[in-house]
Design a protein around this ligand. Structure first.
Ligand code: PEP
Ligand code: MN
Length: 334
């Protein structure tokens, strides 16, 4: 349910209403836009007397939100959510970011070299997996805590904020210096973990599950936001279809759909959605043209010898070219 507040309402009366709602077990979420102030009600609103609420002198009108996701809904929060990192980097709204780096952290030399190269080409964040979700238990599982330590070294050397995947909530203490916690496709519906992430004071990059609808994806975001953490960034990474020419099928239309129905930023992972290095450029340009708030791209200094996902990793030289073309598309659509 959303309550549209009258323009002339005083802050005092708005806060008094918010306090009263809290006593009813509702979490009020106030969104002040240029022309309109909205109070979104999160929680079980069945006990709220809407006639009484509608009769208050500061209330213009009341609307029920029919979609099951409320806090992630654009009706609830008409302005774009912009996530600001500790170093000032902004994600969402009119900002555009590249999150670039290897599939997995493999060595100090590798991560520092890739980080320096992608930074030079304009990347705002370093990606790199320390805990890797692998289909085979015999495949490289990532460097774990040591991988996080190397990411912190690369961050210190380049100043780039870091995004890396959390697979098990028991590892959260290792993520102190991490700037964005990635929740991978396989954990998009790990509801107990999503509940825990609602309590975490760090932005969450929530990847779309490969068999999940946009609505299910937003319901997962809802778990995190309703738990108290509003800094959620969505990441489209392709979905599983009958097509085998690409690793996944990049659902490019999820970008405008998300912008229509939600205020959350959305970035596109052009590496896992295509699975082939030679498709990364077209997917990057198309995702940018579709209005993505950024791109996640796997970049490796030696793709042929990568421990994971070498076939879809581009080189730093290729990243130079692609990032430049992407910025041209950005300026063409602004
Ligand atoms: C990744 O980004 O390293 C990854 C494993 O991606 P996804 O969860 O989208 O498969
Ligand atoms: Mn990968």
């Amino acid at each position: 349910m959303i309550v549209i507040i009258k323009r002339e309402a005083t802050e005092e009366k708005i806060s008094a209403l918010a306090e009263w709602l809290k006593t009813q077990g509702i979490k009020p979420d106030i969104s002040r836009g240029k022309d309109i102030t909205i109070m979104g009600l999160v929680g079980d609103v069945n006990g709220i007397d809407t006639d009484l609420l509608g009769a208050l002198d500061i209330v213009e009108s009341i609307k029920r939100i029919s979609e099951p996701y409320k806090a992630a809904n654009r009706k609830f929060h008409p302005e774009d959510t912009v996530v600001t990192l500790d170093n000032g980097t902004k994600i969402g709204g009119d900002n555009f970011v590249f999150m670039a780096g290897p599939c997995s952290v493999e060595s100090e030399e590798q991560i520092i070299e890739v980080a320096s190269r992608v930074k030079k080409a304009g990347a705002q964040l370093l990606r790199g997996g320390a805990f890797k979700p692998r289909t085979s238990p015999y495949a490289f599982q990532g460097m774990g805590a040591e991988g996080i330590r190397l990411l912190m070294e690369a961050k210190a050397a380049t100043g780039l904020p870091v995004v890396t995947e959390l697979m098990d909530i028991k590892d959260i203490d290792l993520f102190d210096g991490v700037d964005i916690i990635q929740i991978g496709a396989r954990n998009m519906q790990n509801f107990e973990m999503l509940k825990e992430l609602g309590q975490v004071k760090k932005p969450i990059l929530l990847k779309r599950g490969f068999s999940n609808t946009i609505q299910e994806w937003l319901m997962s975001a809802e778990y995190i936001i309703s738990g108290g953490n509003r800094d959620v960034i969505l990441c489209e990474r392709g979905i599983r279809t009958f097509e085998t020419a690409t690793r996944n099928t990049l659902d490019i239309t999820s970008v405008p759909v998300i912008h229509k129905v939600s205020h959350l930023p959305i970035i596109v992972d052009v590496s896992h959605s295509t699975g082939h290095a030679d498709l990364v450029e077209s997917a990057s340009l198309a995702s940018t043209a579709a209005g993505a708030n950024g791109l996640m791209i796997e970049v490796h200094n030696d793709p042929a010898h990568a421990k994971c996902d070498g076939q879809q990793s581009i080189t730093p030289d290729q990243f130079d070219i692609i990032s430049e073309k992407v910025m041209k598309v950005r300026s063409a659509i602004l």
